[in-house]
Design a protein around this ligand. Structure first.
Ligand SMILES: *[C@@H]1O[C@H](CO)[C@@H](O)[C@H](O)[C@H]1NC(C)=O
Ligand SMILES: *[C@@H]1O[C@H](CO)[C@@H](O)[C@H](O)[C@H]1NC(C)=O
Ligand SMILES: *[C@@H]1O[C@H](CO)[C@@H](O)[C@H](O)[C@H]1NC(C)=O
Ligand SMILES: *[C@@H]1O[C@H](CO)[C@@H](O)[C@H](O)[C@H]1NC(C)=O
Ligand SMILES: *[C@@H]1O[C@H](CO)[C@@H](O)[C@H](O)[C@H]1NC(C)=O
Ligand SMILES: *[C@@H]1O[C@H](CO)[C@@H](O)[C@H](O)[C@H]1NC(C)=O
Length: 190
């Protein structure tokens, strides 16, 4: 009997602690992505389930699986807490004037299939190593940002990658020879 209670307690505890950390991560995302001179994501607030926030979808364990915000000016940056949302499948943050660099914690998003960060102001040398463990990745679109550096090689190893759009940035150097070896690529935009 005690064991059963312990079990139930653990299940409830684990569920709510997961929920809590995704909630906290989303509040950090809001604080960082929405610049102080703008107002957006007003329904992201305490007293609500984070799964009902606009642009957020969850699985049955209240873990965030999709985050989609488009065409509202935020002017902020993506914080390291994005890495907490490691059940994300679809990350679509399009034309919201995000600035700053890719945080290294992006590498934690190992369930991700679709990334669309096109039409923002992301800058800095693109850290290719963040995609190394994104083995499920099917589409990655950062068209029209301010990214610099050499064209990343890490995408070439991703077996499910069908769409890669890196154009409209400031990448330099040659097109790597390895870009002839993508296993499943259908669309490459440079
Ligand atoms: C907010 O600040 C950014 C630069 O930090 C600026 O480009 C943008 O126009 C400002 N937005 C508003 C609504 O004032
Ligand atoms: C993003 O910023 C640019 C330049 O400040 C502005 O022209 C554009 O309208 C902004 N995008 C959105 C969605 O507000
Ligand atoms: C990355 O995910 C692991 C679980 O897989 C978690 O324990 C860790 O806190 C996450 N790291 C960050 C930076 O969020
Ligand atoms: C990801 O979310 C966006 C916005 O809701 C949607 O348009 C797109 O179809 C989704 N991508 C996939 C492949 O489900
Ligand atoms: C990303 O979003 C833009 C704007 O909605 C769209 O044109 C583009 O096709 C999307 N990229 C992918 C890979 O779906
Ligand atoms: C983006 O790059 C352009 C061209 O180099 C530059 O004029 C602009 O200031 C950059 N914007 C940001 C937000 O880094």
């Amino acid at each position: 009997m005690k064991l059963i209670f312990l079990h139930i307690f653990l299940i409830i505890f684990l569920k709510s602690s997961n929920g809590f950390s995704d909630f906290d991560a989303l509040m950090k995302l809001k604080a960082s992505m929405v610049a102080s001179n703008t107002s957006a994501l007003n329904d992201w607030k305490t007293g609500k389930s984070h799964c009902s926030f606009s642009g957020v979808s969850c699985d049955q364990n209240q873990r965030v699986t999709a985050l989609t915000i488009s065409n509202v000016p935020l002017f902020g940056t993506i914080p390291s807490e994005i890495g907490v949302l490691n059940k994300l499948v679809n990350l679509t943050l399009v034309a919201i004037n995000l600035t700053g660099e890719f945080p290294a914690e992006f590498s934690n998003l190992t369930s991700i299939k679709f990334v669309n960060l096109s039409s923002n102001l992301l800058s800095g040398d693109f850290p290719g190593e963040i995609v190394t463990d994104m083995t499920e990745l099917e589409a990655f679109d950062v068209y029209d940002n301010n990214l610099t550096g050499k064209l990343p090689l890490e995408f070439v190893k991703l077996k499910n990658l069908r769409i890669l759009r890196l154009g409209g940035n400031f990448f330099t150097g040659e097109i790597p020879e390895a870009y002839s070896e993508f296993p499943s690529l259908k669309i490459l935009g440079l």
